[in-house]
Design a protein around this ligand. Structure first.
Ligand code: GLN
Length: 224
């Protein structure tokens, strides 16, 4: 498929973090995609992606760039959004272990815990059985958050068992030093309406199936 004007335009918030990788993934998947830095860049955009990076820094830069309010307005108006890792934290309705001054958009009714897999496990890969996929998705997690609560509108598309990600048996989760909660699978890919969020980084792999899920959501929303 080649991108043409009939394809939706996906804006990737590019204040910090892995924005270029999202633009490339959307283009590979057949969409048009541009980076967004100021509020005028939102004009003409059908949907947005918020990349991984550092949610506290991104929250700060969204404020200083003047992008936070116009983006919040578009999200409240139903614009589809895809948040990965720090981007998931920004789209959530509640952030656990966040900084007191960090802001989020409340676009999806989930509580996420930052850096939830523990400091010892800075990054790992896990094959995810994902709703709708015949083959698992090889997911890359980097100082990732997990979802601790989902509202009734939220669909869980993939989970991970934190215990299976701990290479070092003595490693413990940052907020759960006794390890009592580690065996519960936690949601890492969720959808609600036209919002999609992942704890991991699909833009860092060559597998564009998760970007494709989002483009299908955008297509359905544009057709309405
Ligand atoms: N730990 C980061 C945060 O809290 C997220 C990490 C990432 O996006 N890779 O924002």
């Amino acid at each position: 498929m080649t991108a043409s004007d009939s394809q939706p335009l996906i804006g990737v918030v590019a204040l910090q973090g892995a924005a270029a990788e999202h633009v490339a993934a959307f283009r590979r998947a057949g969409a048009r995609s541009v980076e967004i830095r100021v509020s005028a860049d939102l004009d003409g955009v059908d949907a947005v992606a918020l990349p991984g990076g550092e949610s506290t820094t991104m929250s700060h830069l969204l404020g200083t760039s003047g992008l936070f309010e116009p983006l919040a307005e578009r999200l409240a108006g139903g614009m589809p959004a895809f948040g990965t890792c720090a981007g998931m934290i920004l789209l959530a309705s509640e952030v656990l272990d966040g900084r007191p001054d960090q802001r989020c958009f409340g676009a999806i009714d989930i509580s996420v815990r930052r850096n939830a897999f523990g400091r010892q496990v800075a990054s790992f890969e896990a094959p995810l059985d994902t709703e709708g996929f015949d083959e698992p998705f090889e997911a890359v997690f980097i100082r990732a958050p997990w979802v601790e609560r989902t509202g009734s509108s939220v669909e869980v598309l993939a989970t991970v068992s934190p215990r299976s990600t701990l290479q070092d048996a003595s490693a413990t989760c940052a907020h759960d030093p006794d390890g009592l909660e580690q065996h519960h699978p936690v949601p890492v890919l969720c959808r609600s309406g036209s919002i999609l969020v992942s704890s991991f980084h699909p833009e860092l792999t060559a597998d564009d199936r998760i970007h494709q899920i989002f483009l299908d959501m955008v297509g359905a929303s544009v057709a309405r």
